[in-house]
Design a protein. Structure first.
Lengths: 121, 110
């Protein structure tokens, strides 16, 4: 059974870089069927898609975050990562890693448990 | 403000039926498939419906999805207290080039 697990610091200082890793187990990140993505949920708000990456490196980003976000994939370790630069309090959220089905990111069929990242000095 | 519009909350009694609407536009729901997700705070969201009306294995047929024009609807019959959760719709938006979600609907089973 596929499992996704987020890891990374739970507290980041304003203006610094948020870094998260999603480790995939029970399936290969090199599958041709899926994109691997990041979605966040600020406290009391809805879901916001950040970006998604294919095993070969093709990437989609949310235009509102594209200037600050970078996602990458490591097929040898079966994981993918997110870096979000110049964070502010508005970036405080639960961050989920996820598996999208289809090259048009039609839907997410597997989600990580989520990790809370707080931005505060 | 979310691109897709959902009612903030709905409620119904156990055993009853409830519907949750998701309104969008020609660049998202009008053109692309819609998915629905069940979410309990502190847990991983769960896929309920994909491609407008298909259920993943393990999702009971009490859950159904439909789409008409630029709107989609999630239906839940035989409500159980365990169905209390937040429900989100999602799809791709061709104009924004993003995955978009509704703001979420909190279901209360009275």
């Amino acid at each position: 059974q596929l499992q996704l697990q987020e890891s990374g610091p739970g507290l980041v200082k304003p203006s610094e870089t948020l870094s998260l890793i999603c480790t995939v187990s029970g399936g290969s990140i090199s599958s041709t069927t899926y994109y691997w993505g990041w979605i966040r949920q600020p406290p009391g708000k809805g879901l916001e898609w950040i970006g998604s990456i294919y095993y070969s490196g093709s990437i989609y980003y949310n235009p509102s975050l594209k200037s600050r976000a970078t996602t990458s994939v490591d097929t040898s370790k079966n994981l993918f990562s997110l870096k979000l630069r110049s964070v502010t309090a508005a970036d405080t959220a639960v961050y989920y890693c996820a598996r999208h089905v289809g090259v048009t990111l039609q839907y997410v069929d597997n989600w990580g448990q989520g990790t809370l990242v707080s931005v505060s000095s | 403000q979310s691109v897709l519009t959902q009612p903030p909350s709905v409620s119904a009694a156990p055993g009853q039926k409830v519907t949750i609407s998701c309104s969008g536009s020609s660049s998202n729901i009008g053109t692309n498939y819609v998915a629905w997700y069940h979410h309990l705070p502190g847990t991983a969201p769960k896929l309920l419906i994909y491609d407008n009306n298909k259920r993943p294995s393990g999702i009971p047929d009490r859950f159904s999805g439909s789409k008409s024009g630029t709107s989609a609807t999630l239906g839940i019959t035989g409500l159980q207290t365990g169905d209390e959760a937040d429900y989100y719709c999602g799809t791709w938006d061709n104009s924004l080039n993003t995955v978009v979600f509704g703001g979420g609907t909190k279901l209360t089973v009275l």
